[in-house]
Write a protein that binds this ligand. Structure first.
Ligand code: UDP
Ligand code: MG
Length: 319
């Protein structure tokens, strides 16, 4: 019988986790020809998420939990879950039930059709503020124009993948991870299934507007060097304009004498160039900071507690 690992990153999800397990289990218990394992990753929650996990794991042997030493972010939590998965297939999903567990059935059907990956895509954005939707749409447009890695609009981190694809994802061991791009970058055949956005009923979203903005910058810089080329382009264009302007000024000076009142022109040029230079340094800085963080080669996560050893021991006993 083939096995499916459900990887669930959790950050401050004490209110919803047991409910999530109950709902998901209700669905997966109806699927007969696969066995399911849960990998709960506690991303350094400051509430009782870990004790909820431990309690669930003590009752249900198919649950593995990992708990981080601090909050490393959802990307790290997903990576840790994938790294510790051993199943033939892996499903990544959120703990807040915004990713309907019933879709796992459709995902399995897709995999059985021969796809390497079946991913969910939101067909609407109900319950999201119009401003957030607007910025999100602009992000996809900008990022897809700049990068060779095309990201699907409305794609969420809810997908089922074959072991082969998971292993490919794990080969991308960068510290600053941007999964939406990584999933696309590794390739493989993906089947998209649309679903209606479900509002979060329990707990709160962990995203602030500023957080999403930083996420968007990460997304663009992780997969594209187009901003750097843009800086060269701006530099070249300004040099050309400056060159033409120099010739015009020289001709004017030679034939009509020196035109003293150049206050506004000088001021505009200095301020404009100052702005462009700061902007360009900022873009360079974004890339340099990423090189800096990558060269440190720090671990992507640190596990403080888990029931991994216990699980290993009990399976040794079994064999
Ligand atoms: N999450 C996480 N670490 C974080 C933030 C979020 O593991 O630092 C988890 C969270 O517990 C949830 C999933 O990532 O299972 C999605 O988070 P959230 O619902 O806040 O995001 P949204 O659905 O609003 O995009
Ligand atoms: Mg959510």
């Amino acid at each position: 019988m083939k096995t499916i690992d459900l990887v669930v990153p959790c950050y401050n999800e004490e209110e919803v986790l047991s409910f999530f397990y109950k709902e998901t289990n209700r669905v997966v218990s109806q699927i007969s020809n696969y066995t399911f394992h849960y990998i709960f990753v506690d991303d350094g929650s400051c509430d009782h998420t870990l004790s909820v996990m431990q309690e669930l794991a003590s009752k249900h042997p198919e649950i593995t939990y990992l708990s981080f030493s601090r909050n490393f972010g959802k990307e790290s939590a997903m990576y840790a879950g994938l790294k510790h998965s051993v199943g033939d297939y892996v499903v990544v999903m959120d703990a807040d039930l915004q990713h309907p567990p019933s879709m796992i059935i459709d995902m399995i059907a897709g995999i059985e059709e021969g796809y390497d990956c079946v991913a969910a895509r939101r067909s609407n954005r109900n319950g999201e503020s119009p401003i957030r939707s607007f910025f999100s749409r602009q992000f996809y447009r900008l990022s897809n124009r700049m990068s060779d890695v095309k990201m699907a609009y409305g794609a969420v981190d809810f997908r089922m993948m074959t072991r082969q694809m998971v292993d490919s994802i794990l080969e991308l061991s960068e510290v600053q991870r941007f999964s939406k791009g990584i999933f696309m970058w590794v390739g493989y055949n993906t089947k998209w299934i649309p679903y209606q956005n479900v509002e979060r009923t329990i707990g709160t979203t962990k995203w602030s507007f500023w957080g999403l903005f930083k996420y968007a910058i990460d997304g663009i810089t992780s997969f594209s060097v187009a901003p750097l080329r843009m800086v060269s382009g701006i530099g070249f264009t300004i040099s050309m304009i400056a060159f033409i302007y120099i010739i015009i000024t020289l001709v004017q000076t030679l034939f009509f004498g020196i035109n003293v009142p150049g206050y506004v022109t000088t001021l505009c040029a200095v301020l404009f160039l100052g702005g462009i230079i700061e902007f360009s340094i900022g873009i360079l800085g974004e890339y340099i900071s990423r090189i800096y963080m990558e060269t440190k080669d720090r671990p992507i996560y640190i596990i403080k507690t888990s029931n991994l050893k216990e699980i290993k021991k009990s399976s040794e006993k079994d064999s």
